[in-house]
Design a protein around this ligand. Sequence first.
Ligand SMILES: Cc1ncc(COP(=O)(O)O)c(C=O)c1O
Length: 404
Amino acid sequence: MTTTYLLLIQDFIKPTKATNLVVKYNTYSMHIEKRLQKELQKRLADNNLRSLKTRSGLVDFFSNDYLGLSRSAELRKAISIRNSETKANGATGSRLLSGNSELYEDTEKKLASILESESALIFNSGYMANMALLSAIPKKDDTIVYDELSHACIKDGARLSLAKRLSFKHNDVKDLELKIQKAQGNIFVVVESIYSMDGDQCPIDEILAIAKQYSAHVIIDEAHSTGVFGKNGNGIDIDPALKTEIFARVYTFGKAMGIHGAAVTGSSTLKEYLINHARSFIYTTALPPHSVISIDCAFEYLAEHIELQQIIKNKVKLFNQLFEEKLVPYYSKIDSNHPIQAILTPGNENSRTLAQKLVKSGYDIRPILSPTVPAGKERIRICLHTFNSDDEISHLVDTLAALK
Ligand SMILES: Cc1ncc(COP(=O)(O)O)c(C=O)c1O
């Protein structure tokens, strides 16, 4: 039997006056608490301890709300009106049980048409969509070949499958081909249209051409291009002759679409397979009606305000021009025609300090530290938005110059 005894929580975490907590721990929980504390202390020592923050009153150069849809009062009103007509607050179950509805089915039909695909299947998030695809489809004798800078959910999904996994050098089609040559079984090539930490685009046509040569199946994560690029916001431009080579595309709605959720597009067979085999689809409560209505309304809103794509393009152009004019001697930046602009500031300490100075100057900008990015590639990641005025962008560049 384990000895249970009383232990003041201050042994681990200082109690606040308000809590004055006395907690029961047994020897086992003490052990695990100590281990967790040790790992957190290591993070602190390495300058990469994560913590939740709330900030207000700063100029947003940080969020993924590239087109300003999350803050659009017009979109909020449209969602609210539509939502007031529904009689359910929650989905009440998995889509396979009580969670499905005509709302879901209709929205998926609309999404398939907007995203120019045979079918679309809604997921609760992009994370779950990638987990679904990568864990359910590639089998033991297959191979997943993915870009080394792929998002965590691509790597996690691949790890959950029993397939062989091979990463290729970022955006390097030669290395991709070498890895494909080492692959076995069905080959799945996974890329992101726009890389979330670098903001650069994958050479999609070359990738599709190589995949075609080796009969590999390409999965494109369009998380950061959804809404920002393409007709109706359907992502990066792809040679029409190669489009048929795409096995699946993942669209997420929590970024430029300003709401929440995701969809996988592809063939009807793919959709049916995921409904039957994807655990992150099957074993979870479906998104509530409010979220599904929001998806529909956000795409309607984008269609009515498609000029937002040109506005963001102009902001990106302005930032790149100002960077060339004023910052090139002091900073190096990853080439990007997307609102994500990564300024390399090697070292966690360096990146943190610069970000803190920018915050003090009134900008909401966060550092991206290792291990989120490889050591030596730490950075501040600036996200541009349609609602950032030209003056704000210009002042940000002047502030960056002044801080050197
Ligand atoms: C490339 C990429 N894929 C997928 C996701 C996950 O999407 P969601 O936030 O909808 O879970 C993200 C989120 O940051 C991402 O950057």
